[in-house]
Write a protein that binds this ligand. Sequence first.
Ligand code: AMP
Ligand code: MG
Length: 359
Amino acid sequence: MNAEICELTKNNIDSDAIKRAGEIIKNGGLVVFPTETVYGLGGDGLNPLSSKKIYAAKGRPSDNPLIVHISDIKDIDKIAVDIPKTFYVLAEEFWPGPLTMILKASDNVPRETTGGLDTVAVRFPSHPIAKAFIEAAGSYIAAPSANLSGRPSPTKSSHVIEDLSDRVDMILTCDDIEIGLESTIVDLTAEKPMILRPGFITKEMLEEVLGEVQVDPTLMDANCTARPKAPGMRYRHYAPKGDMILYKGSVQWVKEEIVKATNKAIGEGHKCGIMTAHEDYDYYRDNLPFDEEKLVIVDLGSISNMEAIASNVYKALRYFDTVKADIISSEYFDRHGLGEAVMNRLLKAAGHHIIEEVL
Ligand code: AMP
Ligand code: MG
């Protein structure tokens, strides 16, 4: 199968392409589409065969459930039951947008879509192409991120084409993807709302409207032996092909250690990568060889602009693969606010390999 690729922009949504995409979904096919978080790999969320196809296309374990995307909050009653008041409070505040809510699933939703669970993850994305596509499909779109399982989530059309062009029917492209990290997931089925995956909507933002919000303890502590409540958080994920190490400590110590380790690795013949905040970029440039064959340095953006850093993380991880970096050193960022989501992804990418300053 070779996917039809359609380039769209937010201001120029080709209605014929959207119509064709809708038809593909109605016929049980798969369409990749842009959202404000990352690209999604969509199928008909109410068709068990479509969900099976999604797992096969991604190489994803079938116990890792999909998120069901809607384009009108009124449709929630068709997907979920026993909906708590907190759902409506959060939907009013954050939808359409990068927030996924876990609710009790209605019988309409096949267990293939929910990975066998009796709960369902629901999101109403704000990207205009996603909205137009869901409407054209006349159903609800089950979609995980549009990457091969284990690879970093795609935030550029080139990422999707590389991973999936021979595994789906159509790819709708639009690289105007503002956030660049997957949605925040919050579970509303327990007594207290609980964050299962950190994202752009932070704990602080949720608490402002809900009061106390809990966090799945497995997110905070790599040594926690409990099972994460979002099955997807169990798997090694977001990983570049090279070995990644995070350096945590004072700014000066981190810079010096990364320079030392990188020089050593280059001397041993490795191709190195560095992920840095903008503020430290010049230090690495000035203290390491300027040779793209041996070293690439990615400036993620200013430390004072976590949104920029968040939106560049996956692009950077994929870039290291493109240039075949086999040792990647990254700075460790402050976990406050959106920093929590960034560090969650970086810790997974590094398999929790941290070198920490001893004080
Ligand atoms: P993705 O956005 O591709 O990473 O996939 C969706 C994420 O949502 C995965 O981490 C799933 O484990 C999680 N998820 C989907 N449905 C549920 C559910 N019913 N309960 C808990 N987590 C879920
Ligand atoms: Mg994913």
